[in-house]
Design a protein around this ligand. Structure first.
Ligand code: SF4
Length: 430
């Protein structure tokens, strides 16, 4: 009888990429996917602990599984991802319904559960097993882990230290993806510019982009997430010079006050961050730049927050992902700092950032109206095709367009979250 698996994923693109890899491995072993948990023989929850909300969703799934397991004791359950640390005793005690615990990228315990081939588990998990892509865009992890240890972040404890994948392995994967219809890849790393420093000949992200640019069927290259200090002039020059690399940056600042940045151990000052953004814009004036902000970090005063507001007004990001600080167990901030900003103050600061963000995003997006932008058509929502500009703006199209095609689109309408437009070809024939 065929073994059915149910794979549930929350969190960042890295988690999604891990799940795609695991699913490809399961498929290779002859397991079949199901989207109904009650029909599964194997359940894998790929979790995130960056926010309390993501953990709460996993707890709710675990409650459902506890009940299911009473009816179906043969059900095998694995908990993977950032909720799983080095020591699992506490998790084992709390969740006896779970049979295997696996940290991110560590698929061994799950393979044991499904009696998969253990000999395939050295280095990158099944380096030649790829998921069949579902659309024209795909995520490709290039460097795993993080060496930075920002005080609020659990990632280095769960995903381990930076480990780059060999360039030829990445090129092979992207060639496979493009042979299966992918036109745009997003190169992933917690700090993607850290790519290569641990490899023998120390290539950098620019070298990898150059290599990938030679793949004929690949049209576009994106990259996530940037870390200011790792983003060298050499990498920026490669991004600016390579036509396939998109001018689209995700560059978290987190806070503007030097005192808060130091307390977070972010490794840069406000002035250094501002200089990095200036460097990007000097080379690529139209670049789309998004950022992340944490409000209410321990010790953040009104004056500190005022600096964040001023920075947002001065740098005018395309999008700001804002979160109120909440201590994550196991992090340095959780161990050593008092969560001393009251909840109502955090909430007020969060809304202030959202207000600034909404206004500036709208203003930036309005500048696109009347321009022509190249869009890669990624899919269709309802009846409307959608895709992104080279700067990362979401665009809905007024007329049908083939998924996977690159089209020049005249932008006619701008909202704070997306644009709307008509392909130039369609305009000509009207
Ligand atoms: S750079 Fe900092 S915030 Fe980003 S993953 Fe590493 S430790 Fe976490």
């Amino acid at each position: 009888m065929t073994t059915r698996y149910y794979l549930w994923t929350v969190g960042c693109q890295m988690n999604r990429a891990d799940s795609e890899k695991l699913a490809a491995g399961f498929d290779r072993l002859g397991l079949k996917a199901t989207d109904r948990i009650e029909r599964a023989d194997v359940v894998v929850l790929n979790t995130c602990s960056v926010r309390q909300h993501a953990e709460d969703r996993a707890y709710s799934k675990l409650g459902r599984i506890r009940d299911l397991k009473k009816e179906r004791p043969h059900l095998k359950v694995a908990l993977m991802g950032c909720m799983v640390g080095l020591k699992t005793d506490e998790l084992e005690r709390r969740f006896p319904q779970v049979d295997a615990f696996a940290r991110p990228q560590q698929f061994g315990p799950i393979m044991e559960l499904v009696e998969g081939p253990a000999e395939d588990l050295g280095g990158e998990f099944w380096p030649t097993t790829y998921a069949v892509p579902e659309g024209p865009t795909s995520f490709v992890p290039v460097v795993h882990g993080c060496n930075k240890f920002c005080t609020y972040c659990i990632v280095p404890y769960r995903r381990g230290r930076e480990k780059s994948r060999p360039m030829d392995e990445i090129v092979r994967e992207v060639a496979y993806l493009t042979a299966h219809g992918v036109r745009e890849v997003t190169l992933l790393g917690q700090t993607v510019e850290a790519y290569g420093h641990d490899l023998d000949d120390q290539p950098d992200l620019g070298d990898l982009m150059r290599e990938l640019s030679s793949l004929e069927r690949l049209e576009r290259i994106r990259f996530l997430t940037s870390y200011p200090r790792d983003m060298t002039g050499r990498i920026l020059e490669a991004i600016a010079a390579l036509p396939k690399v998109m001018e689209c940056f995700s560059l978290p600042v987190q806070a503007a006050s030097d005192a808060v940045l130091e307390s977070m151990r972010r490794g840069y000052t406000k002035a250094e961050y501002v200089a990095k953004v200036a460097e990007v814009r000097a080379l690529m004036p139209a670049a789309g730049i998004t950022t992340d902000i944490i409000v209410g970090y321990p010790g953040e005063t009104g004056a500190d927050f005022q600096e964040t507001r001023e920075l947002l007004e001065a740098l005018r990001f395309d999008k700001v992902h804002v979160a109120a600080y909440s201590p994550r167990p196991g992090t340095i901030a959780w161990r050593k700092m008092e969560d001393d900003v009251p909840a109502d103050v955090k909430s007020e600061r969060l809304h202030r950032v959202e207000e600034i963000e909404g206004r500036i995003s709208q203003e930036i997006n309005e500048r696109y109206v009347g321009t022509t932008q190249q869009i890669l058509v990624e899919g269709v929502r309802g009846t409307q095709p959608f895709g992104r500009t080279r700067t990362g703006k979401l665009v809905h199209l007024d007329v049908p367009a083939r998924i996977g095609s690159l089209v020049d689109v005249r932008i006619e309408h701008a909202g704070p979250f997306s644009l709307r437009g008509t392909p130039v070809d369609a305009l000509v024939t009207v």
